[in-house]
Write a protein that binds this ligand. Structure first.
Ligand code: SF4
Ligand code: SF4
Ligand code: SF4
Length: 422
């Protein structure tokens, strides 16, 4: 699905590209104190780093800003440097941007600022300020080290806001919405408006289940939270067929893999939480797991060196808070109500719907499907690994998932039209 850019119908937008650096010229005519008061950038810094790449995989807000308004980022960089008294700026990019080659010398005619463009390999850790500063020094992207008080990292969104004066925020909405989009909104716009008006509502008119706001260290927002003002950043929308345990597990697995490992609490804690969730999704929960989750999460929030570790348990904690019955179903009843967690799901071919087209035969990597043309096909439950490929491909919707209640299906292939349920 393509990513639309949806801008507000009134007021200035961050996607307005300007020429000639008008906002910087105005800033140059102001006293520094007045500029500091206007921008909120009041502390002296010698070096400014602009984060103009997306750290999370799948995120696209900054790369889109860079593509649509590179001069806005550059102009904002100039204004911020002026307010901070910085003499050096580093523009950290993941995509080469030709427009900057011409624009940087133009800006330097107005402002004596050393500007270095650095191409970097984006990573989750590079989204953390101190880790990005380390990376730009040629070191591994580790967070939580000795803070360099002379350097400030600002994101592309902040810089463009300085250049355009737009009083807006940007969200990237992906997942089970009709239109995935980067949405620019005025403060106070609710998440419900973003999802159901700007993004057209839920794909396939399915029911809304959750929004995961803030990426892999973000928080689940249930239906009851949709009328709160939306916050900037990435929002993953899940519909009624999504499982919060599965989603939390994927978040923790990502964080456990991507965290820099500098501190023990985050490194071990995110690994342990990932393992507990993995057990939960595969029927191996132990009685003490929930207490251990809370103990580990509290220790990580308290003692981790950077926000990655401090927030790593948030998807799990907010999942437990807002969807307790779903977690309980996994932990106590060994069920996945959404039929997502493989351990609790089986696949079946309905005898009354299968047309014997053979399409599923070709996709099964386990050769777990038996059948031939014009015969009702049958899945061998022992060989099936619940990959779901046949379910996705069946043109008739004849393949279904089941939890504890299994549908009646033929035991072996029989000619289409001869199946009668007893
Ligand atoms: S909290 Fe995690 S990501 Fe942050 S410094 Fe510690 S190990 Fe690295
Ligand atoms: S289950 Fe679906 S894909 Fe497989 S043979 Fe039957 S109709 Fe075709
Ligand atoms: S779910 Fe995957 S492994 Fe199981 S029958 Fe379908 S394609 Fe084969």
């Amino acid at each position: 699905m393509s990513l639309e850019i949806i801008t507000p119908s009134s007021g200035s937008t961050m996607f307005t590209e300007t020429q000639g650096f008008p906002a910087l010229r105005k800033a140059l005519s102001m006293g520094r104190e007045a500029l500091q008061a206007q921008t909120g950038l009041g502390t002296d810094k010698t070096c400014l780093i602009a984060r103009a790449f997306d750290a999370e995989s799948g995120a696209a807000i900054r790369s889109t800003l860079l593509a649509k308004t590179p001069l806005g980022i550059l102009e904002g960089l100039g204004i911020a440097a002026l307010a901070l008294g910085a003499t050096k700026a580093i523009l950290a990019l993941a995509t080469p941007t030709e427009a900057l080659n011409v624009a940087i010398p133009e800006l330097q005619k107005l402002l004596p600022l050393e500007i270095e463009v650095r191409m970097i390999q984006p990573s989750f850790m590079a989204g953390e300020d101190s880790a990005l500063a380390e990376l730009l020094k040629g070191k591994p992207a580790m967070a939580g080290g000795h803070e360099d008080a002379s350097t400030l990292v600002l994101d592309a969104e902040t810089l463009v806001r300085l250049a355009t004066g737009a009083q807006t925020i940007l969200l990237q909405v992906i997942g089970a919405v009709k239109q995935e989009a980067i949405v620019e909104i005025h403060a106070g716009t609710t998440l419900r408006q973003v999802i159901f008006e700007q993004c057209g509502g839920m794909k396939g008119d399915k029911g809304f289940k959750f929004a995961l706001a803030g990426g892999p260290t973000g928080a689940f927002i249930p239906e009851a939270g949709l009328d709160a003002p939306a916050s900037p950043g990435t929002i993953v929308v899940g519909d009624e067929s999504a499982c919060t345990v599965d989603m939390a597990q994927r978040c923790l697995a990502f964080t456990a893999q991507e965290a820099c490992g500098r501190c023990l609490l985050c490194r071990e804690g995110s690994y342990q939480l990932k393992e507990i969730l993995s057990d939960m999704a595969s029927g191996k929960t132990k009685a003490e797991d929930e207490a251990q989750i809370r103990e580990l999460a509290a220790a990580m929030a308290e003692g981790s060196l950077c926000p990655v570790g401090r927030r790593a348990a948030d998807p799990l904690l907010t999942g437990l808070q807002h969807f307790p019955e779903e977690f309980e179903a996994h932990m106590k009843r060994k069920r996945c109500p959404a039929l997502v967690c493989k351990k609790y799901v089986t696949f079946h071919i309905l005898g009354e719907t299968c047309t014997g087209c053979e399409k599923c035969l070709g996709v099964c990597p386990e050769e777990a499907i038996e059948g031939e043309e014009d015969y009702i096909h049958v899945i061998d439950a022992k060989a099936c690994t619940q990959c779901g490929l046949c379910f996705e491909i069946c043109p008739e919707g004849a393949i279904v998932k089941a939890g504890p209640l299994k549908p009646k299906t033929p035991k072996e292939p029989i000619p289409v039209g001869t199946w009668k349920k007893r």
